[in-house]
Design a protein around this ligand. Structure first.
Ligand code: G1P
Length: 271
């Protein structure tokens, strides 16, 4: 069973500057709610019991969001407003599930994952990248089902425009396992159009094996000098570990770019 999820939150969010010069991008409101709350709710609805947040000293705002007790208590005492009481209760419910680990020197997603090594109990865990919102259908929940069926690692997948492959991890399609699920033969982080094995992109939901930590601890920096999770996954695939691409049903919102972020509120308000 997949019971633990990790969420890398230490990134600088440069694609959303100037907002991110003073603000944690994951707390930016999307239709009136921090983007991060949608991700937490997806985890809860998928049966996750513990979520590990990888933050940094520069992103303490995220921890403070969940530990602002005095603020809420004083306000509730003064106003006795049921809406405020409910907001506080929600924060307390979320916080019970959250553990914080630190990546003070962001060196890439792979390095972030490595920080959680001591805390992962089971053979597999879920990772969600908070830039990627998937609405209308719980992607993590379907991926857990796929994992249980094929006893394999799983990544969310989507076709992207050929001239845009260098924005994503791109994989080479293998054998079809069932409708919407395919084996992955190879994966490359942000390839050029010429080097891309397809236009099939990895989206920010992963079910990863605990064995990835060993790969990550020996891994050299890759593209842009960062330790990429994609490179560790590629190495596991070359060692014959099964990775399944799951074509998810929901609607993808790319909140990590300014135009995508702006559009996301509009899309969610239509739900
Ligand atoms: C990360 C991954 C990339 C993946 C993408 C999905 O990139 O490195 O392989 O396709 O998330 O959103 P980032 O968005 O951090 O640049």
């Amino acid at each position: 069973m997949i019971k633990q999820a990790i969420i890398p939150l230490a990134g600088l969010g440069t694609r959303l500057l100037p907002l991110t010069s003073v603000f944690a991008k994951e707390l930016l409101p999307i239709n009136g709610k921090p983007g991060l709350e949608y991700i937490i709710q997806e985890c809860i609805d998928a049966g996750i019991k513990e979520i590990i947040f990888i933050i940094s000293k520069k992103k303490m705002m995220i921890k403070n969001y969940f530990y602002n007790d005095k603020f809420y208590k004083d306000l509730i005492q003064k106003k006795k407003d049921p809406r405020i009481i409910n907001e506080y209760k929600k924060i307390l419910k979320f916080r019970k599930m959250i553990k914080f680990v630190y990546q003070n020197n962001p060196k890439g997603t792979g390095d972030a994952v490595l920080k959680t090594k001591k805390f992962i109990n089971d053979k597999y865990f879920l990772m969600l990248l908070p830039d990627d919102l998937i609405i209308k259908y719980n992607c993590s929940k379907s991926m857990i089902k796929v994992h249980n069926k094929f006893k394999a690692s799983v990544m969310a997948s989507m076709n992207v425009k050929k001239n845009n492959v260098s924005r994503w991890g791109i994989y080479k399609l293998g054998k079809k396992l069932s409708k919407n699920n395919y084996l992955i033969d190879d994966v490359i982080e942000k390839p050029s159009t010429i080097n891309a094995p397809s236009n099939k992109a990895v989206i920010g939901r992963y079910i990863l094996p605990k064995t990835i930590f060993k790969k990550l601890s020996n891994q050299k920096p890759g593209k842009g000098g960062e330790i990429h999770i994609t490179d560790a996954i590629q190495s596991l695939i070359y060692d014959n570990n099964k990775f399944v691409a799951h074509n998810f049903f929901g609607k993808y919102l790319d909140c990590g770019t300014m135009s995508g972020y702006i559009n996301s509120s509009n899309e969610i308000s239509k739900l």
